[in-house]
Design a protein around this ligand. Sequence first.
Ligand SMILES: Nc1ncnc2c1ncn2[C@@H]1O[C@H](COP(=O)(O)OP(=O)(O)OP(=O)(O)O)[C@@H](O)[C@H]1O
Ligand SMILES: O=P(O)(O)O[C@H]1[C@H](OP(=O)(O)O)[C@@H](OP(=O)(O)O)[C@@H](O)[C@@H](O)[C@@H]1OP(=O)(O)O
Ligand SMILES: [Mg+2]
Length: 343
Amino acid sequence: MYSSNRIAYWMSDKKLQKINWKEFEKICIKYNFEIFKLDLNKSLESQGPFNVFLHKLTDIIALENQGDPKSSHIIKAVECYISEHPSIIVIDPIPNVRRLLARYQCYSIIHATGLHKYGIFTPNFCEITSYDKEKTIQQLKDANVRYPFICKPLLGHGSKKAHEMCIIFNEKYLKDCRAPCVAQTFINHNAILYKIFVIGQQFYFVERPSLKNFYESDRKTICFASSDISRANSQSSLSVLDPEDISVQEIKPNPKILQKIAETLRLAFEMDLIGIDVVIENSTGKYGIVDVNAYPGYDGFPNLYDALLQCIISKVNNKNQITDCMISNDNPSNIVLNHLNNT
Ligand SMILES: Nc1ncnc2c1ncn2[C@@H]1O[C@H](COP(=O)(O)OP(=O)(O)OP(=O)(O)O)[C@@H](O)[C@H]1O
Ligand SMILES: O=P(O)(O)O[C@H]1[C@H](OP(=O)(O)O)[C@@H](OP(=O)(O)O)[C@@H](O)[C@@H](O)[C@@H]1OP(=O)(O)O
Ligand SMILES: [Mg+2]
């Protein structure tokens, strides 16, 4: 077995239970790829060589971020192994995942793309750094963040806390901002969210429930867990439109615009496995990107594992690591790529 045919992966047991990973393993074996789960508690050197590392390490990176020594040790060992074996294809590179996990940085990257030319935006945002009311007012003003706005934890993945949010409607309740956090202007979008799932150059989107329309008012802060809102079967009362909003006509998304978003953000984040949450603003019809996730659930993605293997194979081929023998037409990995390209 050539090392260029070996895929090491790591995902939490929670993630592995949710997805039909056995199916992916079967496809890999069928096309002559050895695949194995990396044991992060053992020496990585003893488990090599491998040329692809596919992972969802977000929980461990988040814990490292919070100062957990064990997680920090694991991530350092992985990063050290990767730097000592620079030919390994990492999906996705750890520094890029880190950038995505930090919500402020994530929105800054989206903001810096040229997407606004296509009527695509990320809602105004700023970091709220303290419980000092005057300072917060100034930070909101400087970034043009309007009421109502959503407060989101700085770290966007990896724990229950990362998904606890609140909607602030007025200055009186600014004290409810759980600083430090990111504040982001709330965009009214008739409670419909589109999730774009990206695997390399392929993408797919699904419609999901979302938050109803909200307006600046003297009402109290609303707190919610994002996991209760936009899952496929979520039935939150916060998603039920008020009677005056029901007649508003639903705007169907333009797949070309969603494709533009997928392509642009894949390149901007330099990541192949991302999920992008988009809302269409009622008053303008513009497309607002409200969240980007690493290695999302891919719920409903057609031929998910074919797409994943195709992504891996094209990266392997691009990296020009394959021996003469492997790039011949008889090589099973090229056959699968041709087959997948033709379907
Ligand atoms: N700026 C916004 N305007 C309106 N609604 C928003 C905005 N940002 C988020 N939402 C709503 O809040 C939900 C949760 O926000 P967000 O996606 O940022 O949370 P998350 O914890 O990162 O979610 P995920 O579990 O998908 O990673 C979204 O699914 C959407 O319904
Ligand atoms: O639970 P699902 O399958 O829906 O996947 C969710 C995923 O959980 P998982 O890690 O267990 O896959 C979440 O990751 P963590 O924040 O927990 O790291 C996050 O990426 C969500 O956005 C995903 O929802 P989606 O955007 O795909 O709908
Ligand atoms: Mg998210």
